[in-house]
Design a protein around this ligand. Structure first.
Ligand code: MN
Length: 213
């Protein structure tokens, strides 16, 4: 079974005015679709790998055949990252976090404001394309990290609780070169309910099954 592009869980314009409809359409229909297409192409020669989840494929990159390692790292990562990204945003999102993830943020960073400042700063400082994450170890504390390209914390043994896409394709049409402005505005569309669901998965170390294909 081939990997498939998941539908956006809302309209292209649903995240206006934080993220414009044209960016959402290009980002989902072109960029994410290309990662899925290229991942499937990379796995064509390896039927035994086709039944694995995308998360499992990028969990142990060194375990992959060398000739497809780079393609799976980039496109499997792209598929995992974007499948998460659409779901951790929603119209009329934002506000202060609640529930277990709010407690973990408080414990690790002192306050939500201090956490946001550090997260945004890590996103600004990620040179070139990449992601900024809140990630954690199973049963452990949470941490902020950034990764280049489509690398995911899974490949470092960390669980990705949520991340923001700082590739220019995520913000350039509306924010041009003003990445800090995009990072600051993005909190208005964050879906804390979905992030709390993912945070619960930290305890088991398993991503939800819905992300597997
Ligand atoms: Mn992207």
């Amino acid at each position: 079974m081939a990997f498939e592009l998941p539908p956006l869980p809302y309209d292209y314009a649903a995240l206006e005015s934080t993220i414009d409809a044209a960016t959402m359409k290009l980002h989902h229909d072109m960029h994410h679709a290309a990662y899925v297409k290229n991942l499937n192409a990379a796995l064509e020669k390896y039927p035994n790998l086709q039944s694995k989840s995308a998360e499992d494929l990028i969990r142990d990159l060194n375990g992959l055949p060398e000739d497809i390692r780079g393609a799976v790292r980039n496109n499997g990562g792209g598929h995992v990252n974007h499948s998460m990204f659409w779901k951790i945003m929603k119209p009329k999102g934002g506000g202060d976090p609640s529930g277990p993830v709010a407690e973990a943020i408080q414990k690790a960073f002192g306050s939500f404001k201090d956490f946001q400042t550090k997260f945004n700063d890590a996103g600004v400082k990620q040179f070139g394309s990449g992601w900024v994450w809140l990630a954690g170890k199973r049963g452990g504390d949470v941490q902020i990290l950034s990764t280049p390209n489509q690398d995911n914390p899974i490949s470092q043994g960390l669980f990705p609780i949520f991340g923001n896409d700082v590739w220019e394709h995520a913000y350039y049409l509306k924010y041009n070169n003003r990445r800090p402005e995009y990072l600051a505005a993005w909190w208005n569309v964050v879906n804390w309910d979905e992030i709390n669901k993912r945070f619960e998965s930290l305890k088991t170390g398993q991503l939800e099954p819905a992300l597997a294909r």
